[in-house]
Ligand binder design. Structure first.
Ligand code: MHF
Ligand code: KIV
Length: 345
């Protein structure tokens, strides 16, 4: 399986444009490295009306997530990587929005998630948080921003919360990152753990391989899940693990599991938004767990081709897309111009 196959084209605007379309918090962005991204703010962006809608439901808090878990109500989570993708996830009622480091692939067009920087994650988070008014927003600590030790992890998590404005952080790993999780949680930052297939370690795992397929592997997975629970994680993403293993481990834990490729026995589900929307060109490889709930790529391509066709064919713009001028004013304009010699003759 080629890694390049699971990335979609970077057809979203570069991150700077998402930041410059939102002019609401210019004074708060004086903090370190972000200032270099956001110097010229466009006040009259054609995107801004998306942001004016009032929150349509109560904010989802940790206690609210816990209540869903206790009631056995599946928790819904979806990734977002910019303002519009967060806005639609939030308006459609997602309980949680994840700024996953998969944005490296689906939003930045990178080869894998290992390349994305903490600064880049933070930039995306700032846009996502403005679009997600009610959902509980969690962001990935990218590879390299937490492995060195608990202090590094805490420093990265603090930056994510202070600069990225997310409500919590996610980091990959089990037993070996329990110290990091404990330190971040002690500082009052909620942590969502991530065990099973951990894509940041794909080279050590030998690719994007299903985990916990043998009894021994399943025990390792259980130990990891238990370790992150004991370290204080409020929940754990379980990726690419056989459904019965994920189900049994879910029943033995006292924190919710959020599954991706881990079956219905988990306490909730997460998917990458671009995948479930079908926002990628035909022929792209899809992990088995992805269900295409839409065909956003097909619709976007149809619309862009229609636009191209109408511009080339001369039918767009029509009179209804133009601004009127009083006949007398135009006649006067022609008369004034006739007296001038400059320009094309
Ligand atoms: N667009 C996108 N969607 C994702 O779900 C996603 C990313 N990117 N990037 C980061 C990780 C990588 N993910 C992946 C990618 C591939 C497989 C995959 O190929 N799985 C095989 C199983 C192989 C085996 O049998 O071990 C499959 O057939 O689904 C799984 C998870 C999930 N994450
Ligand atoms: C696939 C999900 C769980 C994720 O970690 C990501 O989007 O990066």
């Amino acid at each position: 399986m080629s890694r390049a196959l699971i990335q979609t084209l970077p057809f979203h605007p570069p991150p700077t444009s998402t930041l410059t379309t939102c002019a609401s918090r210019t004074s708060a962005r004086q903090q370190r490295p972000l200032t270099r991204y956001a110097t010229n703010i466009l006040r009259h962006s054609s995107h801004s009306p998306l942001g004016t809608a009032a929150p349509s439901r109560k904010k989802v808090t940790l206690p609210a997530l816990h209540t869903m878990y206790q009631r056995g109500e599946p928790i819904t989570m979806l990734t977002a990587h910019d303002f519009p993708s967060a806005h639609v996830a939030d308006q459609a009622g997602m309980d949680m929005v994840l700024v996953g480091d998969s944005l490296a692939m689906v939003a930045m067009g990178l080869e894998d998630t290992a390349e994305v920087l903490l600064d880049e994650m933070i930039l995306h988070c700032r846009s996502v948080v403005r679009g997600a008014r009610s959902a509980f927003v969690v962001a990935d600590l990218p590879m390299g921003s937490y492995e060195v030790g608990p202090e590094q992890a805490l420093q990265s998590a603090i930056r994510m919360v202070k600069e990225g404005r997310t409500h919590g952080v996610k980091l990959e790993g089990g037993v070996e990152v329990a110290g990091q999780i404990r330190r971040i949680v002690q500082a009052g930052i909620p942590v969502l753990a991530h065990v099973g297939l951990t894509p940041q370690r794909q080279n050590a795992l030998g690719g994007f391989r299903v985990q916990g397929k043998t009894a021994e592997g399943a025990v390792r997975f259980w130990r990891d899940a238990l370790a992150v629970q004991e370290a204080g994680a409020f929940g754990v993403v379980v990726e690419a693990v056989p459904a019965e293993v994920a189900g049994l481990v879910t029943r033995r834990l006292r924190i919710p599991t959020i599954g991706i490729g881990a079956g219905r026995g988990c306490s909730g589900q997460v998917l990458v938004q671009m995948d479930m929307l079908g926002n990628f060109p035909p022929g792209r490889f899809l992990p088995k767990f992805v269900k295409k709930f839409g065909d956003v790529w097909g619709e976007a391509r149809r619309a862009v081709e229609a636009y191209r066709g109408e511009v080339k064919g001369g039918s767009y713009p029509g009179p209804e897309h133009t601004y009127p001028m009083a006949k007398g004013e135009y006649a006067e304009f022609e008369r004034l111009l006739a007296g001038q010699s400059e320009g094309r003759q």
